[in-house]
Design a binder for this molecule. Structure first.
Ligand SMILES: NC(=O)C1=CN([C@@H]2O[C@H](COP(=O)(O)OP(=O)(O)OC[C@H]3O[C@@H](n4cnc5c(N)ncnc54)[C@H](OP(=O)(O)O)[C@@H]3O)[C@@H](O)[C@H]2O)C=CC1
Ligand SMILES: C[C@H]1O[C@H](OP(=O)(O)OP(=O)(O)OC[C@H]2O[C@@H](n3cnc4c(=O)[nH]c(N)nc43)[C@H](O)[C@@H]2O)[C@@H](O)[C@@H](O)C1=O
Length: 310
């Protein structure tokens, strides 16, 4: 990407979009285009088309989306499929019509089958049934991937797709009903410590395994892929290491300094038992995650404490 190129970051206020914005600014990109969802609802095709005709961006990061943890995904599947299908379809199609030089679409590790072989290679996509708690969201993300590939095949455009693992970091969603596990646990342990609660209740059995990537590392990877990856085949972005929910809970408990008990509510869903990405493809290109989990959690908790007082 040329330093003066016009770059459109969708969802720039979210966890990923705000990290992409920070990374672009740090690297000296200055011709950046952004809109909040109030200013431009990406589900409305006519508005998206008008915006692209006016702005004519050179590069597009498709990171906007309807996003949430296991409970939000399983409670609101209609919103997850509708919003994400519409956003992907409108932004990808408008980018094709306006001759965008390159587009990067973000999927997720939950697009892979529930019982995929581990670690999960990119070509295991559509090898088996999806995890029911997030199948609606996964299908929308798979539609986005397939659109990028179809538009490449038919029109020759350079539209690529990255599959990040579970993310966390600055600007995450800490709402206990809709968040992912890591921010949820930061809030639960923090509130319990403040209120001298004897225990914290976690969902599921604590046995599922997850891989966690610090969002600034993801942003670094997305910029790296914009610069160095031109293949319509999907590419995984992760750390290549997994940890159980119980272990990550203990780590967060210690960082926050909560001294009470952990209780697991097994009536709540575990979701997929394991989803460890095989990251050899991106590593062979020369990219690797930098932030150890403990450092990333410390930074995220410091940010949470500074921004969620009272
Ligand atoms: N968080 C995670 O663990 C993972 C996320 N991903 C993917 O990364 C991407 C970003 O996720 P994340 O940053 O966590 O999500 P957030 O919820 O933090 O941010 C989503 C952003 O999308 C924007 N948005 C949502 N709906 C619309 C709409 N209808 N029109 C315009 N903008 C909209 C929001 O804009 P506004 O703030 O203006 O309302 C918001 O800034 C998603 O595509 C997600 O699928 C993939 C793997 C894991
Ligand atoms: C990124 C990914 O994120 C989602 O998948 P997920 O990884 O299952 O989501 P999660 O982070 O919410 O949970 C991870 C694990 O943690 C357990 N857990 C314990 N206690 C809490 C808790 O308090 N909150 C939450 N949310 N989970 C908890 C929870 O029961 C589960 O076993 C997708 O829907 C999907 O769309 C997607 O792309």
């Amino acid at each position: 990407m040329e330093k003066q190129a016009k770059i459109y970051i969708t969802g720039h206020r979210g966890l990923v979009g705000s990290a992409v914005l920070r990374a672009l600014q740090q690297q000296g990109f200055h011709n950046l285009v952004m809109r909040t969802s109030q200013e431009l609802d990406l589900r409305i095709q006519a508005d998206v088309d008008r915006f692209f005709e006016q702005e004519q961006p050179d590069y597009v990061f498709v990171v906007a989306g309807k996003v949430g943890g296991i409970m939000a995904n399983s409670t609101y599947p209609a919103e997850f499929i509708y919003d994400n299908v519409m956003i992907a379809a409108n932004v990808i199609h408008a980018s094709y019509k306006c001759k965008v030089k390159k587009l990067l679409f973000t999927g997720s590790s939950c697009i892979y089958p529930k019982f995929a072989r581990q670690p999960i290679k990119e070509d295991y996509l559509l090898d088996g049934k999806l995890e029911p708690t997030n199948d609606a969201y996964a299908i929308a993300k798979i539609a986005g991937i397939k659109m990028c590939q179809a538009y490449h095949r038919q029109y020759g455009v350079n539209f690529i797709s990255a599959m990040p693992t579970n993310l966390y970091g600055i600007n995450d969603n800490f709402d206990l009903q809709s968040s992912h596990v890591l921010p949820a646990l930061i809030r639960k342990f923090h509130d319990a410590k403040q209120g001298n609660a004897p225990e914290v209740v976690l969902w599921g059995t604590g046995r599922p395994l997850r891989e966690f990537l610090f969002v600034d590392d993801l942003a670094d990877a997305l910029l790296f892929l914009m610069e160095h990856y031109n293949d319509p085949e999907i590419i995984n972005v992760g750390v290549g290491k997994e940890i159980s929910i119980r272990e990550v809970a203990e780590l967060i408990r210690d960082i926050v300094g909560f001294q009470g008990k952990l209780v697991f509510d097994a009536t709540k869903p575990d979701g997929t038992p394991r989803k460890l990405l095989d990251v050899s493809k991106i590593q062979q290109l020369g990219w690797q995650a930098k932030t150890p989990l403990v450092d990333g959690i410390r930074k995220t908790y410091a940010w949470f404490e500074a921004t969620h007082r009272g």
